[in-house]
Design a protein around this ligand. Sequence first.
Ligand code: SF4
Ligand code: SF4
Length: 222
Amino acid sequence: MQQPFPAPIVRFLNEYHSGGVTEADCRACSSPCCSLGGFAILENVVQIYELYKQGGLHRADYEYESGLGFANFVFKYFDVYKKLVPLEGGEATLMLFHMRSLSQDGNTIAIPTGGDYWETRAQLFELNPWLNRGCVFLSHKVGNWPEDDGDATRHCILHTASSGTHVTAKPVDCVFYTCNKPIEARVPTEEQSANWFRLLATHFPNSLERFEALIRDDPADK
Ligand code: SF4
Ligand code: SF4
């Protein structure tokens, strides 16, 4: 059974989304937000992997590599980062799993490590726009990023009817993301971002330890 988002997260999301685009707006949109997507938390990644194991991950123009164990699946389709989140009386480590983009020839693009993930990614794709054909969990590739091809049949294959209210395979930071009006991103203030990370670190604690345990107990690829 899927776990509903904790009440403080529901309140925060409702407030942040207030006055933004509707689900119908997003359905009628070509999803340009998914070429520079958000991040998943461990709870999402575990569900994405379950979906993969059950043969439930499908897209029209790419085949997910078969037989991967959890660790190899995660490190193939995500850039994995640790984020230190200040909390009352100390700080917590929150694991962030950034979905990779696909290239035109069907490779997943790893963002070089060492600096700030978001800055490095923005710079890489700004200098090499031909590289980015959108998130690996889109139903099909983006034609000519960053141009909008207006193809509204493109959608997130992880989205479900309960993704806005429950912890599902859809990455939480993609649930958080919204637009003021279609294709006009709503940019969170620093305070909103800090609150978002604080809520995630508080309500989904010990993600580093849990991730390390999953990797340690991971059977080899099948
Ligand atoms: S760009 Fe904005 S309107 Fe379009 S799918 Fe993404 S969130 Fe929805
Ligand atoms: S996981 Fe889904 S919603 Fe998030 S960026 Fe990828 S395709 Fe878009």
